[in-house]
Design a protein around this ligand. Structure first.
Ligand SMILES: [Zn+2]
Length: 141
């Protein structure tokens, strides 16, 4: 949006709106709206005017010109892109296998290892750089 509208970052608020029958399964941050009515409430909470009416209209026009068409084909492409991105983020099993004997990478996720010290025993070991997301460790050989 910032790039398309050529507007400063400070005037943007990141809000997420779920529509349809989706329901939250866990607690959600305040920036998440459930349904359009909820989204309206979140927007109404912002009291500081950052754009003139003329600039709002200009931005709406620009967004409508650049938005993807709301067609089944466009939605299917979008979903396929999301799937491809998710697939690309998965750790590659062949790389993991390759790194199985590599002392410098995490045995669980393949990330770099960092030298750490066990607080109780004082012994040095290698811990995953993604800790606490990953708790992979290696002994220092
Ligand atoms: Zn790891």
């Amino acid at each position: 949006m910032q790039e398309i509208l050529q507007l400063d970052q400070h005037i943007f608020h990141n809000l997420v709106a779920f529509t349809g029958t989706a329901e939250p399964k866990t607690a959600m941050p305040d920036s998440v709206a459930w349904g359009l009515k909820d989204l309206g409430k979140l927007i109404a909470q912002k009291r500081i005017e950052v754009l003139s009416d003329a600039n709002v209209q200009l931005s709406v026009n620009t967004l409508q010109r650049t938005a993807l068409e709301n067609t089944k084909a466009a939605r299917d492409t979008h979903i396929q892109n999301l799937k491809n991105n998710a697939e690309a983020k998965k750790p590659n099993p062949s790389i993991r296998h390759l790194n199985a004997n590599d002392q410098t990478s995490c045995p669980k996720c393949g990330a770099n290892m960092l030298k750490r010290t066990n607080r109780k025993s004082g012994e040095a070991f290698l811990g995953c750089s993604r800790f606490p997301k990953c708790n992979g460790t290696r002994q220092i050989s």
